[in-house]
Ligand binder design. Sequence first.
Ligand SMILES: [Zn+2]
Length: 180
Amino acid sequence: MRRHKSKLVVVPLGEVDFFQLNKLTANLSALFSIPSDILQGMKLPKEAHNIIKNQYFSTVLLQKLELLKASQREAVLGILEEDLYNATNAYVVGDSDRLANCSVISYYRIRQEFYGLPEDERLVFKRILKESAKHVGRILGLSLCRNPRCVMYYSDEMFDIDQKGEKLCDICQRTYYRIR
Ligand SMILES: [Zn+2]
């Protein structure tokens, strides 16, 4: 089955740095050779907020993002600063719905200040790019990869994210061109 997507749509959820968002979108566009758009920001939906945990439920955010799709051929990536969780994990950096072709990614645990360290914008950008690429790759039809240098490598810990590369490995690259 061809899963060809015509466009990547990036959606800031709540307050997100626009300069970083632009740069991220341009990089993802180039990596997957796909046109992109940045939508005007969406307010963080109250119904996704768990007041006790002070986290956002990724499943609800993914449902909201799906509603923004103008066509089935769009892939949507939502970005927020707040922490995420889902039904199986107490926290997640990002989450995807591969049927809806939507992903959501959070800066919260990617930021150095979460670990009590001085902020490092360059490092944070690399991390958000790699993790966004992993999720966007999934909704564009790629699987997670066993190559620890590949951007599609399974990574949830910052160490793995920092170790892996920003590009698709040869195998993922070939797969991607085949399924596009
Ligand atoms: Zn790979």
